[in-house]
Ligand binder design. Sequence first.
Ligand SMILES: [Zn+2]
Length: 121
Amino acid sequence: MRQATLKETQRFMRQAYCCLREETVVLTRLPKIKVPLRKGRWRLRQPDGLCETDEILLDYRGEILPTFIHELLHRLHPDWQHRAIYRQERRLVRRMSHQQLTNLLRQIVAESEYRCQKSGG
Ligand SMILES: [Zn+2]
């Protein structure tokens, strides 16, 4: 799989820092969610993150950096299928330098709010 282009990556980094300034990003402990299977059956899954209308929620027990990138891609491309989101997430992470990834993780942690538990969950 190819990496993201330099231009794509730079654009994404700008969007990421802009999101961290302007949106509410919350570090929390997310409740398990029911994922539907066939024939009315379902199973419980632990989400690492959720992208909601007014905020991005990240579970601090999960992989914060790729999850933030993933949820931000949902925000930026609401029309994309999950496969496309995962693909772009991996392409960006491959292209970004250690320094860029470290700086982004620091910024996520610095700008996030902490919440004990997702309200209503
Ligand atoms: Zn997703």
